[in-house]
Design a protein around this ligand. Structure first.
Ligand code: K1U
Ligand code: ZN
Length: 216
């Protein structure tokens, strides 16, 4: 891939391992300081981030618009792609890795086709069709749970690309579903909010129990 965020990923990896001032203080913390420094540097270079899981309250936050596409936003996008491909998922909103910025990544390419990474910064639905479509959705923040969601069959979305250029896309099929799912995330909405109260309460209870057990 020749996208600029990949070039800057390479630069960031070198900077993190060789000279990151943010990591050096870790070396003062304990008897295994060299091991800890190296493992921390390695984790930082991988840029794989934890995905927030229901019922994490941060998933209910409304994300802030991106004002300037700077190195921090480009690094966020790199982390999102790495995390999304690793999961694996076809989309990801920045809040799912704990960053409340209005950034979405997606790649709907089939396994056998070349990758097709797409970035949507500050996406907004300009138009949604009256026609509806039902798709059985999943969510990386609600693992192994799926439910039928009815959404607009076609949408027109405006957004900024990685260079900050305003763009519009007319989407149908899975991209239309995915964009609406991800824009919901930016507004603190989850796909289970589109299900019946009975189903939503049931899944919430299950994940709340699991989180409590994990914390014990
Ligand atoms: O936002 C997310 O949680 C990601 C989510 C996106 C999505 C899926 C289905 C409908 C709408 C939005 C996922 O990617 S769940 C995983 C998934 O659908 C998938 C994973 C691997 C291959 C194919 C699909
Ligand atoms: Zn989701």
């Amino acid at each position: 891939m020749s996208a600029p965020y990949i070039d800057s990923l390479e630069q960031n990896k070198k900077r993190t391992i060789n000279q990151s001032p943010g990591l050096i203080p870790v070396a003062r913390w304990g008897p295994h300081r060299i091991d800890r420094f190296l493992s921390t540097a390695y984790i930082a270079a991988m840029a794989l981030r934890d995905i927030l899981i229901l019922p994490d309250k941060r998933l209910r936050q409304v994300s802030e618009p991106v004002k300037k596409i700077d190195a921090g936003i480009r690094k966020l996008i790199e982390d999102m792609f790495e995390t999304m491909y690793d999961a694996p998922g076809i989309g990801l909103a920045a809040i799912q890795i704990g960053t409340p910025k209005r950034v979405v990544t997606a790649d709907l390419a089939k396994k056998e086709d070349p990758k097709n990474p797409q970035v949507f910064i500050n996406p907004e639905v300009l138009w949604a069709s009256e026609e509806k479509k039902v798709y059985e959705e999943g969510c990386l923040s609600i693992p192994e749970y799926y439910g039928d969601v009815e959404r607009a069959a076609q949408v027109k979305v405006k957004y900024l690309d990685i260079e900050g250029q305003p763009r519009e896309i007319e989407a149908d099929g899975l991209l239309a579903t995915c964009l609406q799912h991800e824009i919901d995330h930016l507004n603190g909405v989850l796909f289970i909010d589109h299900l019946s109260k009975l189903k939503r309460d049931r899944v919430l209870k299950k994940f709340t129990k699991a989180a409590k057990r994990a914390a014990e």
